[in-house]
Design a protein around this ligand. Structure first.
Ligand SMILES: Cc1cc2nc3c(=O)[nH]c(=O)nc-3n(C[C@H](O)[C@H](O)[C@H](O)COP(=O)(O)OP(=O)(O)OC[C@H]3O[C@@H](n4cnc5c(N)ncnc54)[C@H](O)[C@@H]3O)c2cc1C
Length: 395
């Protein structure tokens, strides 16, 4: 056990060094929103991560990964997440990381050979297309409008998807569409006639491989074996993907917020105002201490949820609670870092401004925080007081 803890500590130290010496030096505002430049940079970094023995910590060894459990992964991803390019370099960034997990759990052996293996090797990229413009699916997936109809033993997909991370240049998409059986997941190669990436939607975030695409499916025909999982079970399958996906974001973003706090600490110990260092002012000290305490609490929640996943326990509620708490914490930490650093914290001369921008949408995607709160409250308030021995509502 101790040996294993030492191994994880050693791996974290190697990832930290890689991020400091390789991934962070490759960052540049000039590539942050340039999809092609990002692809080239990440391909180069991935090769270096492979050579350093750090590639794909989450994947099983038979797919070329390090085969870490969730709790160990939480520590490694926090280190990787300090850099904008760290997770992509290690091939543990969204959307490919949760896409690989989905294929691992739901894919047939033929689907795994065709789609999962090239993803694991990073010779291909994929995206996950669920969200639609109004009046289609957003927070409420029951509003799904993209249709999938059977025709001559094949499926014909028609619909419009929006804000699809990684969609520009993706080789294939996991598309949620409504069939007669109910919402169903499909694997759709990007070269299928009728599949069209209309544009990269400008987003406040940066360093997203494949940007955020608007995609049209116009009579897009795929064979029967394009169904991923069971027809009609698409929402349950999407949920299966989302639970680990949001926890993985927590892991990476704790690292990102930690970096923002480190930048602010570096600034306040040097900067002098009205005759004293900023670090000697109580209001600044409170911002530093609160950020440190809240990141610690975020880490513990994330680790507890990861431990449950290692034990095979349900994390439906735990991953939602962690997502709400961590997403709001990392936003507060980044916001305080900006405040402590004044104009520098709002500029491209420091990574803090981009961290602040990048973290904001985390309160919206992977289920808006309001939705998670509503679901949790409904659960806590239904059938209350609970049956004897049932602790829900108390812990
Ligand atoms: C950076 C980024 C990346 C994304 N990547 C992807 C992707 O790869 N694939 C994909 O399919 N989608 C993606 N999305 C879309 C994301 O999943 C949706 O934004 C999210 O599901 C919310 O849907 P919506 O934007 O339509 O907001 P709406 O559903 O219109 O909701 C807007 C706001 O209303 C509030 N609200 C909604 N419902 C309730 C409720 N029941 N109770 C209380 N308040 C409520 C919330 O505050 C919510 O933020 C991405 C979004 C962003 C910002």
């Amino acid at each position: 056990m101790q040996q294993q803890a030492n191994e994880v500590a050693d791996l974290c130290a190697r990832v930290r060094r890689f991020v400091d010496e390789v991934a962070i030096p490759a960052e540049s505002p000039a590539i942050a929103r340039d999809v092609e430049a990002l692809d080239r940079t990440v391909a180069r970094l991935r090769q270096q991560a492979r050579e350093a023995g750090l590639y794909a910590p989450q994947l099983p060894p038979h797919l070329g990964g390090l085969g870490l459990g969730w709790r160990d992964l939480a520590q490694v991803l926090e280190e990787a997440g300090r850099g904008f390019l760290g997770p992509a370099a290690l091939h543990c960034a969204a959307p490919d990381q949760p896409n690989m997990l989905t294929l691992l759990h739901l894919g047939t052996s033929a689907q795994q050979a065709r789609y999962l293996e090239p993803l694991a090797q990073a010779t291909q990229r994929a995206c996950f297309a669920m969200t639609e413009p109004g009046p289609g699916a957003g927070s409420d997936p029951s509003m799904l409008r993209t249709r999938a109809d059977r025709r001559n033993g094949r499926w014909v997909l028609r619909g419009h998807k929006k804000f699809i991370s990684g969609g520009v240049g993706a080789n294939f998409a996991l598309v949620l569409a409504r069939a007669d059986e109910g919402p169903t997941l499909f694997l759709v190669p990007a070269d299928t006639p009728g599949y069209r990436v209309a544009r990269d939607i400008g987003m406040v975030t940066g360093y997203q491989i494949g940007g955020h695409a608007e995609i049209f499916l116009d009579d897009c025909e795929v064979p029967d074996d394009a169904v991923l999982g069971v027809p009609g079970q698409g929402l349950a399958h999407a949920q299966l993907r989302l639970e680990p996906a949001r926890l993985l974001h927590c892991m990476r973003y704790i690292g990102r917020a930690r970096r923002a706090l480190a930048c602010a600490r570096e600034y306040v110990v040097q900067r002098v105002s009205f005759g004293s260092r900023l670090a000697d002012l109580q209001q600044v000290q409170a911002m530093v201490a609160d950020s440190y305490i809240e990141l610690h609490a975020s880490r513990l929640m994330t680790l507890e949820c990861a431990s449950r996943m290692d034990e095979g326990l349900s994390v439906k509620q735990h991953s939602a609670m962690a997502k709400v708490f961590v997403s709001e914490t990392v936003n507060r930490v980044a916001d305080r870092a900006v405040q402590m650093m004044g104009a520098l914290g709002m500029s491209e001369d420091s990574p803090v401004a981009m961290i602040w921008q990048e973290l904001r949408p985390f309160r919206i995607y992977d289920g808006a925080n309001e939705l998670h709160r509503a679901t949790l409250a409904r659960r806590l308030l239904s059938n209350y007081p609970s049956r004897e021995g049932d602790t829900h509502g108390e812990r």
